[in-house]
Design a protein around this ligand. Structure first.
Ligand code: CDP
Length: 235
């Protein structure tokens, strides 16, 4: 049976978060940003005093003592918490971006998060974004999209997101940082960044966020209507 999931994967700063959260809103679905979960683990490691190159055993020990998860907030939306407190912009800081791919390559970390990520399907329709949602977390997701954009467009967009780049950052320096992260994410052994064979590729280089949302929403909505019609005919 296919999973009631809209999987949105893609490289760094391709615009996944804006698009995925808006699609979730339009569909009345839950939204989970798995990148922020890896960022929260990285934040916790640095706060605990661990340093790169990170020791796998120490990271494993740390995971036994922390809790990172999405919980349902008062408005019904899922919010990411670290040890019970809502995670804020601290997890999007440049220092976290610098270390997150090293942490995300560790099997101990991925195993720890995979179980948490899979459990959300019990809540109903879910829009989940990341790097391995369509390939590993939900290989049987009903809908899969892979968002990409040129390195220059991605660097420009990241520079426009306040607090996410270092002071004095330029398009060239940001492009270099995201290229390094993409390379680490694509070359790791476990759950590397890659398009699932059955994912729809959306090149967002020349599209506004609204256009991307409209395109994805049109595909998902049409197919949802069709399957509703089919189930009415059957019953
Ligand atoms: O927002 P941005 O494109 O900068 O990245 P993110 O979605 O916040 O993800 C941060 C990092 O988490 C990525 O560079 C990956 O190393 C890792 N990640 C992952 O390994 N698997 C996922 N499903 C999501 C993120």
């Amino acid at each position: 049976m296919k999973q009631d999931v809209i999987a949105i994967d893609g490289p760094a700063a391709a615009g996944k978060s804006t698009v995925a959260s808006r699609i979730a809103e339009k569909l009345g679905a839950h939204y989970v940003n798995t990148g922020n979960m890896y960022r929260a683990v990285t934040y916790s490691a640095l706060r605990t005093g661990l340093k790169s190159p990170f020791d796998r055993k120490k990271i494993k020990e740390m995971l036994e003592n922390i809790d990172i998860n999405y919980v349902t907030g008062t408005d019904g939306k899922l919010i990411l918490t670290m040890d019970g407190k809502p995670a804020g912009t601290e997890i999007r800081a440049p220092e976290i971006s610098r270390h997150v791919s090293e942490i995300a390559a560790m099997p101990e970390v991925r195993d720890w998060l995979v179980n948490r990520q899979r459990q959300f399907v019990s809540l109903g329709t879910i829009v989940m974004e990341g790097r391995d949602i369509g390939t590993v977390i939900f290989p049987d997701a009903k809908y899969k999209f892979f968002l990409t954009a040129s390195p220059e467009v991605r660097a420009k967009r990241r520079l426009e997101q306040s607090g996410e780049t270092a002071d004095g950052a330029t398009i060239a320096s940001v492009a270099k940082e995201i290229a390094a992260r993409d390379e680490m994410d694509s070359k790791r052994d476990m759950a590397p960044l890659r398009k699932a064979d059955d994912a729809v590729l959306v090149d967002c280089s020349e599209m506004t966020a609204d256009e991307v949302v409209d395109r994805i929403y049109a595909i998902v909505n049409k197919s949802m209507l069709q399957s509703r019609k089919q189930s009415i005919n059957v019953s």
